[in-house]
Design a protein around this ligand. Sequence first.
Ligand SMILES: Cc1cc2nc3c(=O)[nH]c(=O)nc-3n(C[C@H](O)[C@H](O)[C@H](O)COP(=O)(O)OP(=O)(O)OC[C@H]3O[C@@H](n4cnc5c(N)ncnc54)[C@H](O)[C@@H]3O)c2cc1C
Length: 408
Amino acid sequence: MEMNLGITERLKPILDKVTALMHDEVLNADVEFHKEVGTTGNRWSMTARQQEILETLQSKAKEQGLWNFWLTDSDKGYGLSTVEYAHLAEQMGWCVLGPQVFNCAAPDTGNMEVLERYGTAEHKEKWLEPLLQSHIRSAYLMTEPDVASSDATNLKFSAVLDGDDYVLNGEKYWSSGAGDERCKVYILMAKTAGDEAPRHSRHSMFVVPAETKGIEVLRPMMVFGHDDAPHGHMHIHFNNVRIPKSALLLGEGRGFEVSQGRLGPGRIHHCMRAIGQAERALQLMCQRGMNRTAFGKPLVKLGGNYDVIANCRIEIEQARLLCLKAAWMMDQGDMSAATPYISQIKVVAPNMALKVIDEAIQMFGGTGVSQDTPLADMYMQMRTLRFADGPDSVHRMQVARKELAQYR
Ligand SMILES: Cc1cc2nc3c(=O)[nH]c(=O)nc-3n(C[C@H](O)[C@H](O)[C@H](O)COP(=O)(O)OP(=O)(O)OC[C@H]3O[C@@H](n4cnc5c(N)ncnc54)[C@H](O)[C@@H]3O)c2cc1C
């Protein structure tokens, strides 16, 4: 079958507009946006200036119809393919603010996808609609402090049916985005059956309003000493939290079905943005290396720096092709065939981007790890992406299993 990984006719004008807005405005605005964090004393709420920056950019994006691209293969959005979305996500991924400007940011896109696919009419009206407008934000709560969460069958946070309510008890942590005061809803995985049930039928997925009684945000988890405010990766305690039966998605014991539906696209979206981060790091590296001199030569001409630059370019191109192939596999509609490709790129993209960012930091000297370039933040995010949505080793396990299956 023909595998078209390129930029289609319908994508080209959209991609041109997104690229222009990113490079003309969003990259600079991102710097100002992040300098503002905490200047009013409250790190978890946007300052008036941050709100203004974001709203101005979002209105510019909306005016041009550049909004909710992630709704691939849907009659509500553009109906883009995953391959087409990959080209856009790479551009939007050049900085943290980018995906928010076009309402394509994690974890909201994955959560919206869950609500769109599995939510009831009530969930859609109450949560999906405001998320689609970027009036609220959301978080995805799977990981727990007390169990190795890379194997989600270990999760022990409990949901027990009591009359017409489920009662939730336990702790979740690394709940990204839950720090932000705009975060109003959680998609949460809980254990609803005992160990007598099959391993993949013990868990269920729920829609939980963030402001329900009994929910206490204990602390932000720090990433290399940073709280990533106002987004935040929160540690949250649930004490006898009552939610109605109608909060259950799809059905009891079907949590893994929902999480697979969510995490496939979510993972590849992270990879697409990681490629954008790598492109940005390479650009910064080249600009710095051409414009700064040591030992009588521009830095790029010293030592093995030509090789460093060439290797970065080669590895970005390799990763992009694998990412596009994984996206194309998803577009063929057979998720089980696509999953090993998603796992491959989930290993490749963050490692590749991390390496490119590291080389860029090196070319910048001390400035590379300082607040004067975005590189240190980019490094931090990319390092954590080697865990988030599954550690490298778990994805390697999936790839090897698939490879070996043919010899059984
Ligand atoms: C910045 C950040 C944001 C995050 N955001 C979210 C979020 O929004 N929602 C959410 O639910 N979670 C989130 N996470 C959590 C993340 O998904 C988990 O950290 C990840 O799934 C691993 O789970 P764990 O930390 O319990 O590690 P563990 O399960 O304890 O695994 C630790 C290590 O064990 C090894 N290991 C595990 N399995 C294998 C294997 N099969 N083969 C070889 N070695 C193995 C690996 O080295 C692995 O890194 C986030 C994490 C970070 C750092």
